[in-house]
Design a protein around this ligand. Sequence first.
Ligand SMILES: Cc1cc2nc3c(=O)[nH]c(=O)nc-3n(C[C@H](O)[C@H](O)[C@H](O)COP(=O)(O)OP(=O)(O)OC[C@H]3O[C@@H](n4cnc5c(N)ncnc54)[C@H](O)[C@@H]3O)c2cc1C
Length: 418
Amino acid sequence: MTSVGSAKKLVIIGSGIIGLCSAYHLLGQGWEITVVSSDPADDTTACGSAGAIANAQIFPVSEPGLFLKVPRWLGDPLGPLSIRPGHMPKLMGWLVKFLAAGTQARVEASTQALTSLLAPARDHHFELIKEIKAQDLLRQNGSLMLYHSERSRDKDAYQWAMRRQFGIEFSAVNRQQILEHEPALGPGAHCGYFIPDWCHYIDPQKLLAMLADYLRNAGVTFVGDRVDGFEFADSRPVAALGGQENNYDFHTCLVAAGAYSARLSEQLGDGFPLESERGYNTMLPNTGLDITTYLAFEEHFVLTPMAQGVRIGGAAEFAGLDAPPNYARSKALLKLARRYLPDLNDDGGTQWMGHRPSTPDSLPVISRSTGFSNIYYGFGHGHIGLTLGPTTGRLISQLISGKDPQISLSPFGIDRYT
Ligand SMILES: Cc1cc2nc3c(=O)[nH]c(=O)nc-3n(C[C@H](O)[C@H](O)[C@H](O)COP(=O)(O)OP(=O)(O)OC[C@H]3O[C@@H](n4cnc5c(N)ncnc54)[C@H](O)[C@@H]3O)c2cc1C
């Protein structure tokens, strides 16, 4: 499909937030950029996400003592975690690494590494949306983290203390203060914390569409195709092989295929333990409630006020990449939401499932390949890929351009599990 011989041909596999932000930061550096993607940009994972710039999500998912909670969660139909039994044999290796990442020392190291990425993330979003003229999509209304009781809030005391230590601003709120922010919240919202710097997008799908349009106008080519493998010449990858029998020749290639990335990295000699951690949500067009703040709840789900209504989502399901969605997970989240919003009207709701690309230690892969100097990886952003898109894009562009990355990338190597 593309012509052979250009020394500056860059193929990006994946049109999600990571692929697009990488393309954005590589503009104007002499690259001829082609984004090859099986889904269009406005149908990728961030589009159905909760839309948060989650700068306070500095903790990895695995934590000390988590293995004690897992059996209870798995037994609870409204619990935050489910595993399809048929997927268990495939999941085991990942799960062992995941639990091993939950020691105190490793959690502290991962928190440090995540903080280094998250600290500039908000500013990077501000710069991006200013350039692509998408400021109207962002709300800076803060976030309320809500608990049913002081007892349940105090179980998270360590995490909040760590947040303070890492410079995240927040204040404790009682029932009265919660109502001052959001009068619609019922008595289930007893106490919590308010994070003033938290921002969210009211239409992440439009954000992705606008970014893709911006890139198109700047000369980036978008191709709808699935990459199945690579062509090698002189033992070096030189083209991505498309499912439509097209070859996409490259000088340099970035694999940013979300939860599917490890299927491609394996073929380049870089196996990596990556899992799809499925998340579910429901978009409610007419809740009958006036809510403007991003709400997070102790049961591990969230509510985002968006342009088209209110999106309620979260949960983690391990069922692999190919199994059909189980929308009972979305329904369970609505049931939980009624504990806080008893008058919630869910008529006309639209359900959605997406694949979080999750690594055992919750750290993304932002890395050059171990075997090939012309292959780069940007994947594994788990729960915070939308947040980190512009930051990772910037780091990838620095890597590809041979500049010193602004942030140390040693925790994010593709080889950390080999
Ligand atoms: C329910 C839910 C809520 C979330 N909420 C938030 C949030 O509030 N804030 C936040 O920061 N993050 C959130 N996330 C996480 C975030 O959405 C993801 O981390 C992020 O979107 C991943 O982006 P990506 O570019 O790596 O992958 P994706 O968006 O999945 O994009 C992957 C791209 O690769 C393409 N692709 C895959 N395989 C191939 C192939 N073989 N050939 C060609 N193309 C291929 C796909 O078509 C797609 O274009 C949420 C996720 C879920 C599921």
